[in-house]
Design a protein around this ligand. Structure first.
Ligand SMILES: [Zn+2]
Length: 352
């Protein structure tokens, strides 16, 4: 089997615009890392050869026709192109999830492989499923073999951009794609690498990517999540951290997701875990800030408004607008305080 592997674009700013909006990562960095990991895995399989058709150093944006010519001339059986998604006109936004593309002809071989890849990635990451789609992309149009273009998350979504930069997330994507190749083409891997079970360890210890936790689950992981919810200010008044994911935990998770603008599905997947980690740690290390001595309300500006915004999960711009007011009301409701959207001494002291 011959796999032509393509990390989309080039790095180092060579391809204009293909980056996280804040400039913290080029799309190629993600694409290339996944392709590298996938290459290593594929080369453990009997009878598999690979050809990398982008510039592996990321310095040249190899023209698309040149990429497909290389794959065609080499008589590849599969063309796999890795990308990260973007939406909108340059800023961060809410578009999210995983999608996998085949050419508009919908060749049955390509569709079934794309479906396996899509399914594996969704299972491994817990991210939103945008499905298998068709597109008239040049690399799909000009390649004469089964061709797939995979979009492994949105650079323009703050949460997903964070994941795209994490080594273990890249490993998860590579493993999911590899597993799809193995089952689809009945490949035989000679190395002792896990093909089904995939629980990569995170080096920094701050993000753990594993199965998602949801309603009905029990055990220490549930308890850990409940403790993080409590530390982040999301109450579990009836049952506390009892290790059982019941309806009280479900509503707390949903409230948490709403506050942090995540998909409100009540399932603790990678994105929610990242936020829970952050939010609960932030709370522990928070310095006690004395009440500034005046009611803080709609129309106010400044450092204290920023502090409040951080506490309630609103983008801290220091301007107390209607969004901040709504978030404060949510917070007050969760905390069992009087719900007026104004930060007085009681709300302030609960927050800080
Ligand atoms: Zn791309």
């Amino acid at each position: 089997m011959r796999f032509a592997l393509d990390a989309g674009h080039a790095g180092f700013g060579v391809t204009p615009g293909k980056r996280v909006p804040d400039g913290s990562m080029y799309e190629w960095d993600f694409n290339s890392a996944v392709i590298e990991k996938l290459s290593v895995k594929l080369l453990t399989c009997k009878g598999v050869s690979i050809l990398r058709i982008d510039d592996p150093k990321g310095r040249i944006d190899v023209p698309l026709l040149e990429r497909t010519d290389k794959a065609n001339d080499w008589k590849a059986d599969v063309y796999y192109s890795q990308h990260a998604n973007a939406f909108g006109s340059g800023g961060f936004n809410e578009a999210r999830g995983i999608e996998t593309f085949v050419y508009t002809s919908r060749s049955p071989k390509a569709v079934s492989l794309a479906e396996a890849i899509q399914r594996n990635i969704i299972e491994a990451t817990g991210l939103s499923n945008r499905g298998v789609k068709t597109a008239n992309f040049a690399v799909l149009r000009h390649s004469r073999m089964t061709a797939i273009l995979q979009e492994g998350g949105f650079m323009t979504n703050r949460e997903e951009a964070k994941l795209l930069k994490v080594n273990s997330y890249r490993e998860t994507i590579a493993q999911a794609v590899f597993n799809a190749f193995v089952s689809h083409f009945k490949l035989e891997s000679t190395a002792e690498i896990p093909i089904i079970a995939d629980k990569p360890k995170e080096e920094t210890g701050s993000i753990i990517i594993e199965d998602f936790i949801q309603f009905g689950d029990k055990g220490n992981e549930v308890k850990a999540i409940q403790n993080q919810l409590l530390k982040s200010g999301f109450g579990l008044p009836k049952f506390g951290a009892d290790g059982k994911f019941g309806s009280e935990t479900l509503s707390a998770v949903k409230a948490f997701q709403k506050t942090f603008r995540l998909t409100v599905d009540g399932i603790v997947g990678p994105e929610t875990k990242v936020k829970l980690n952050e939010a609960s740690k932030k709370d522990q290390s928070k310095a006690i800030v004395p009440y500034p001595g005046q009611l803080i309300r709609l129309g106010f500006r400044g450092k204290n408004v920023e502090r409040i915004q951080r506490a309630v999960g609103v983008t801290p711009d220091g301007i107390f607008g209607p969004k901040t007011e709504a978030a404060i009301k949510d917070y007050q409701k969760r905390q069992g305080l009087e719900v007026d959207g104004i930060v007085g001494p009681i709300t302030w002291n609960r927050m800080f």
